[in-house]
Ligand binder design. Structure first.
Ligand SMILES: NC(=O)c1ccc[n+]([C@@H]2O[C@H](COP(=O)([O-])OP(=O)(O)OC[C@H]3O[C@@H](n4cnc5c(N)ncnc54)[C@H](OP(=O)(O)O)[C@@H]3O)[C@@H](O)[C@H]2O)c1
Length: 257
């Protein structure tokens, strides 16, 4: 996700720093591909206008304690994270019902904007469209700081996606894993209904079932087939034969494993 976002921001003409846990010398390939400048993690947030945290949630607590010390108060912190116990281990507070991005916000000690978590990297890379285009994907953005949220929504629009204000961070559970709005590439007419239909108590079970199946898929299973399956599971496209073919392919691949 980090390199896809970096590519978008670069295309929009923004200066860009990237970092990981292993050091800038390990990021030369991403730098070549995206035009971003690799730096040490301790430098990545210094004085920047926007910070995106896009790492597995289990690693958020291992970010440097003073990561945000020199980040201006006005710069939004965007969280793309999703909680998968299969990958992240069990995080007690989230298991107890805390909203995923609220947990990240608590760990960082800073308000976050939740965005980009419910679109697969392949769609984010390839499916942006100019404003007003038919089939433009809509993505929810939530957060408690209106200015930060609006800035992220404007950025999304420039990247080729409709942005929907999904309310405060307390509402962001509506597009966490296991909900209908998780990764079906919805259009702006579809997204509000999907958010409305989310069932908070059912999402963790749906998420874990999906995650188990995903581990059985071959690494080259086409991401757009996964989007079709997500759309079908969300009650969209049930009259489209391609969706059912995707579901069949998904089932067969999972059974074969
Ligand atoms: N992939 C998707 O399609 C997608 C879509 C939406 C949301 N998301 C969510 O976005 C987050 C990132 O996903 P991803 O698929 O991009 O993960 P990924 O492919 O595993 O990449 C994670 C990146 O984070 C870096 N990293 C890990 N721990 C770090 C740390 N402590 N400090 C600094 N950098 C660290 C890793 O580099 P090093 O290991 O070298 O540090 C790596 O570059 C996850 O929560 C995921 O659920 C993913």
């Amino acid at each position: 996700m980090g390199s896809v976002l970096a590519g978008h921001f670069r295309t929009l003409g923004h200066g860009l720093l990237i970092a990981n846990s292993r050091g800038p010398q390990t990021l030369s390939q991403v730098a070549r591909k995206t035009g971003a400048t690799p730096v040490a993690i301790s430098e990545v947030a210094r004085g920047v206008d926007l910070l995106v945290i896009t790492i597995p949630m289990k690693n958020v607590p291992s970010l440097p304690r003073d990561l945000l010390a020199d980040l201006p108060e006005s710069s939004p912190v965007v969280d793309t994270g999703n909680y998968y116990p299969l990958r992240d281990g069990r995080i007690t507070e989230i298991e107890g019902g805390l909203i995923e991005s609220a947990w990240t916000s608590n760990v960082l000690g800073r308000s976050v904007v939740k965005a980009f978590n419910n679109i697969v990297a392949d769609s984010l890379l390839h499916k942006g469209l100019p404003r007003g285009s038919k089939g433009r994907i809509a993505l929810p953005v939530s957060g408690d700081d209106l200015k930060s949220k609006q800035l992220v929504m404007a950025l999304l629009d420039q990247m080729g996606f409709d942005a929907l204000d999904a309310g405060p961070l307390s509402e962001s559970w509506r597009y966490q894993p296991g909900t209908p709005a998780y990764c079906p590439d919805p259009m702006i007419q579809e997204l509000p209904k999907l958010l409305q239909r989310a069932k908070r108590d059912r999402a963790p079970r749906n998420r874990d079932q999906a995650a188990k199946l995903m581990t059985k898929l071959p690494a080259d299973f086409p991401p757009q087939e996964l989007v079709r399956v997500a759309r079908l599971s969300a009650g969209l496209d049930s009259l489209k034969p391609r969706s059912w073919i995707a579901a069949l392919r998904f089932g067969i691949a999972a059974l074969r494993a």
